[in-house]
Design a binder for this molecule. Structure first.
Ligand code: ADP
Ligand code: ZN
Ligand code: ZN
Length: 732
């Protein structure tokens, strides 16, 4: 038998495939193997097993050994890896990499073995105790301590009773000492307080609807605090009870300690956690616990979608609208698409859960392609918090130049006086790129694309990131004539300083990229806030996600506008999501919650829908705009990026790529809504010069997309990076 082996999976940018003879019996497709290569040895993965090779038999070398007895990659993983190669036009080596934790690919981590001591079965403890000399105190104590059927770490016993005592008893035939594999378990410090609840009628209805449905994808649209987590847990339990496994994805695991502790409390060691913050050893062990079938439930962020669970019975993607589910490195896969593939392969269901589903997802549900499951009420009939709009233009006119409106200060005062907690949210993405008239709230937009313009200090101009039209920087506002034009936004640190001045007695925590640098940064801040060691939590996007703090009765949103004017066709959608999610943190327990939403454009329809919690109204409006302007999900944005450290090389490559795609364009003009080449909005990132060919395709043109991928694939070389992005999350 002959094995086809890809070597250098960890580092190679191209597939290096070689044939080897098999003469041991544990080589399978998906096995990691060590093979002779030139004068050295390399590790590789078996991608195929065949009868004959195109090479003469006597020239073929033999596989030296397998790394593990079980193939690291399952049959399903191998199939999926091939599908990814086809869909995203990447080398197999790159695709295979997705399925192995980084540490494993390099072969530097191994399982951890420890010496374990057990009492020999049938050993007559009393007899031996009576035979021991009176002064063998340690041996007596040790032998009295150990019980039959239990395991003890040699290191622990040696520490307490001395290595000699253990050794002596082993020699007397009382103990056996064996090497055993030990799991390094992450998050052992989680509070595992099991919260027993009776499901609400709405939760029961949702579960029933999901179980009864014959559709693969279930869109669980439940308002914030409707108890989606309990629905997930219940369905996971059913899955595990029926002998199958479950996969649960969350946007960022560091931000979901509550979810983890609930899972641990209910499934204890049957849960495995995959998370970039784990140590190499922990990751290795958790991964193998899944692969070996010991763990029945795997939970993790985006990359956990590749977890090697077999016999999958359920996949859940929580907060499905979250941007973190789109990969931003090659291959630029969509997590939902991968999950759909796995659900189809295993014949199981995929649940997409959110209070604010993506427009694209809700549309598919409306069209009947997904089963739409709705939970419209909060648990125990609690009300969604009232959202008060604070008009910042009016504040300015009244002479208030602070970051906080009068309304927010009043509400904060009340909240703190009654011993409750508050969260203050700041939008930090895209900071300083958008300009705004500070008097009337006017924001300049592109005439062609209906997205707001970005300021470019080079040339002092405004640019549209979708069509590259350049506009002059405003000297005065075209709406009201004011010259008070400025940038949007403020910083978290400044907000904390101001709050300290206003509320000197309040204890304030800050959570942003600066304060969460170290491993447990998020965890510590959240824990501190949840145990009420602080009164106010100030933060960025990180505080918007899924938290459940019962004492929070006030949420302040300082600059709701910011994301509204990102130069992105999804800015309306993102703003609606953000406001709904952030507001959802308020009034989750017995106390009624409030939200103060500060904005320069109170009449904006997106904000109005958000204030009324009118998702469907928002969706209908947004859908009609996207349809009219030909944006996703009614079209596909494709961007081919060319990057190089050398500006001239990049430009040359751009021309080549452009001409090749132009040919596709010329032959299929009817399929294109837009086609152009240009410098990227940000000309240089990390010393790489960036150019792009930007297109918008009508839906259903997979073949043309494939051709574009092929152009990019052929064009890239050692000095220039060429890659394709579909509906990129950022247009910078
Ligand atoms: P969502 O994810 O939909 O925003 P959660 O799942 O976080 O909501 O649930 C909100 C709160 O309600 C949590 O504190 C949760 O423990 C509680 N909860 C959920 N279901 C029930 C129930 N059936 N009875 C009582 N409390 C519940
Ligand atoms: Zn103005
Ligand atoms: Zn434009």
């Amino acid at each position: 038998m002959i094995a086809e082996v890809i070597v250098d999976v960890a580092v190679s940018e191209v597939d290096r495939v070689f044939d080897y003879k098999i003469d041991c019996d544990n080589v399978f497709v998906g096995s990691r193997v060590v093979v002779p290569f030139g004068r050295t040895f390399k590790s590789g993965i078996v991608v195929d097993i065949k009868q004959t090779s195109a090479y003469p038999e006597d020239k073929l070398k033999r596989i030296l050994r397998t790394v593990e007895d079980t193939p690291a990659l399952t049959e399903e993983c191998m199939q999926l890896a091939k599908a990814i190669v086809k869909r995203y036009h990447v080398p197999m080596a790159l695709s295979l990499r997705l399925f192995l934790p980084a540490e494993m690919r390099t072969g530097k981590v191994r399982e951890k073995n420890r010496n374990v001591v057990t009492l020999v079965q049938g050993c007559d403890k009393d007899k031996i105790l009576s035979e021991l000399k009176k002064n063998a105190v340690k041996q007596i104590a040790l032998l009295s301590f150990v019980e039959e059927g239990k395991k003890y770490l040699l290191s622990d016993l040696s520490k307490t009773y001395g290595a000699q005592a253990v050794k002596a008893l082993e020699e007397k035939g009382c103990f056996t000492i064996n090497e055993e594999r030990i799991n390094r378990s992450p998050y052992t410090g989680l509070d595992e307080n099991f919260k027993q609840v009776n499901l609400s009628a709405e939760q029961n209805k949702a579960i029933e609807s999901i179980l009864k449905s014959d559709k693969t994808v279930q869109l669980l649209h439940g308002v914030t605090g409707s108890g989606k987590t309990e629905v997930y847990l219940n369905l996971i339990k059913r899955t595990v009870n029926s002998g199958k496994t479950a996969l649960m994805l969350v946007p960022e695991i560091a931000l979901t300690p509550q979810m983890l502790s609930q899972l641990r409390a209910r499934f204890s060691s049957a849960v495995a956690i995959l998370h970039s913050g784990l140590s190499a050893g922990e990751k290795f062990d958790e991964w193998w616990r899944i692969r070996s079938g010991e763990a029945k439930v795997a939970v993790g962020a985006r990359s956990a979608v590749f977890a090697p669970l077999e016999n999958l019975g359920l996949i859940i993607i929580d907060e499905e609208h979250d941007g973190s589910y789109e990969s931003e490195t090659n291959p630029r896969y969509s997590t939902v698409d991968i999950a759909k593939y796995r659900a189809a392969y295993n014949g199981c269901k995929l649940i997409l859960g959110s209070a604010t589903p993506k427009v694209e997802s809700y549309l598919l549900a409306k069209e009947g392609k997904y089963n739409l499951v709705e939970m419209k009420n909060r648990i125990n009939g609690k009300q969604l918090p009232e959202i008060i709009i604070a008009d910042m233009k009016r504040e300015l006119r009244r002479g208030n130049h602070m970051e906080f409106s009068r309304a927010l200060i009043d509400e904060l005062t009340d909240c703190l006086n009654s011993g409750n907690q508050a969260m203050i949210f700041l939008n930090r993405r895209g900071y300083s790129q958008q300009i705004i008239c500070k008097d009337c709230g006017y924001v300049p937009k592109c005439k062609e694309c209906d997205v707001s313009l970005n300021y470019h200090s080079v040339g002092n101009v405004l640019k549209c990131h979708y069509c590259n039209t350049t506009y002059n920087m405003l000297s005065a506002c075209p709406e009201c004539g004011s010259t008070n034009i400025g940038f949007m936004g403020t910083g978290t640190q400044k907000v904390v300083t101001r709050l300290n001045e206003l509320f000197p007695k309040a204890r304030i925590l800050r959570m942003d990229n600066d304060t969460t640098q170290n491993k447990d940064g998020h965890f510590k801040i959240l824990k501190k806030f949840s145990s009420h060691e602080a009164d106010i939590l100030v933060g960025t996007q990180m505080i918007a996600k899924g938290h459940d703090f019962p004492a929070v009765t006030l949420v302040g949103i300082l600059d709701a506008d910011m994301s509204l004017y990102f130069s992105d066709y999804r800015s309306g959608e993102r703003t609606f999501q953000l406001i709904t999610q952030v507001s959802g943190r308020s009034g989750r327990a017995d106390k009624k919650g409030k939200v103060v939403l500060q904005t320069y454009s109170p009449e904006n329809s997106i904000l109005q829908y958000a204030v009324r919690y009118d998702y469907v109204g928002f969706f209908n409006k947004e859908c009609s705009i996207r349809k009219m302007t030909n944006f996703p999900p009614f079209a596909l944005i494709v961007r081919v990026m060319v990057e190089s450290g050398d500006d001239e090389l990049a430009l040359e490559k751009l021309k080549e790529v452009y001409l090749n795609i132009k040919e596709i364009y010329d032959n299929n003009k009817q399929a294109f809504l837009f086609f152009n080449k240009m410098r990227s909005p940000i000309k240089r990132i990390k010393n790489k010069y960036r150019y792009q060919v930007l297109m918008r395709l009508k839906c259903g043109n997979g073949k043309i997309l494939d051709e574009i991928y092929t152009v990019a694939e052929k064009a890239k070389d050692n000095k220039t990076l060429v890659y394709v992005e579909e509906n990129p999350g950022s247009m910078s």
